[in-house]
Design a protein around this ligand. Structure first.
Ligand SMILES: Nc1ncnc2c1ncn2[C@@H]1O[C@H](COP(=O)(O)OP(=O)(O)OP(=O)(O)O)[C@@H](O)[C@H]1O
Ligand SMILES: [Mg+2]
Length: 212
């Protein structure tokens, strides 16, 4: 079992705490906050409350997301814009989802796209990186929930910025059509790309009104 008792998380989101793996500096261990699934279930609309409490656990939803059809193919290109997933592991703080820890070429942990945009704005380099992410989504047909700037981190390679999705894999819509048919997957992805731009504009405009 991996002991995380004396380790401080390097980041946390609304649902999970993220640790650097104590033995592998390029792996990230994510642990769901205690009692988080219960709270999420309680706050969900009535039709979602019919689901089990487990289905609200971000780590288990992520596991499902990584098991999707588009990620079953044996082509390393699928990881170009996505943190690699290594499975679930037991730690002293409970079950963790183990993924690739994204760093930049200076070995710093990559900052989020949200932080990048708020610090530097929409530079030509990040515009190109967003276009690269879009091409990858259209080519691989990897399904994500809404692509939010705090769930993407900014790495770099060969003097270019490279975006990596670290959270939010899977299907947003309740209907599973996009899992089955490429045509639905394509439409679904175009919608995610459109909404990603809406969210980026909202972030850049100081978050006035509603982004959706
Ligand atoms: N693989 C990774 N490499 C580098 N940084 C990461 C990685 N995974 C997560 N992070 C950092 O940790 C933060 C929180 O992680 P994550 O988004 O997975 O948590 P969450 O609680 O599921 O988020 P949310 O609030 O979106 O549900 C991210 O915003 C990012 O800054
Ligand atoms: Mg997140």
């Amino acid at each position: 079992m991996i002991n995380l008792n004396k380790i401080k998380p390097f980041a946390e989101g609304g649902n999970r705490r993220c640790f650097i793996h104590p033995e592998k500096e390029n792996r990230c261990l994510k642990i769901t906050f205690m009692g988080r699934s219960k709270i999420l279930k309680q706050n969900a609309p009535w039709y979602k409350q019919l689901r089990s409490e487990e289905s609200f656990d971000d780590n288990l939803r992520e596991k499902d997301g990584y098991n999707q059809r588009a990620l079953k193919i044996n082509d390393p290109y699928k990881w170009k814009h996505l943190a690699i997933w290594y499975g679930m592991v037991e730690t002293s703080l409970g079950q963790a989802s183990e993924t690739e820890l994204i760093r930049d070429t200076k070995n710093n942990i990559a900052i989020t796209l949200e932080k990048y945009l708020l610090t530097y704005g929409m530079t030509a380099e990040i515009k190109q990186a967003i276009l690269d992410l879009e091409s990858w989504l259209r080519y691989t047909l990897i399904l994500t929930k809404d692509i939010l700037p705090h769930n993407i981190v900014v790495s770099d390679k060969d003097d270019r910025l490279v975006l990596k999705i670290v959270d939010g894999l899977g299907l947003k819509s309740f209907l599973p059509f996009a899992r089955i048919h490429d045509l639905f997957a394509k439409r679904y992805i175009e919608r995610r790309i459109k909404r990603m731009h809406a969210r980026i504009s909202w972030d850049l405009s100081g978050r006035k009104g509603n982004w959706k």
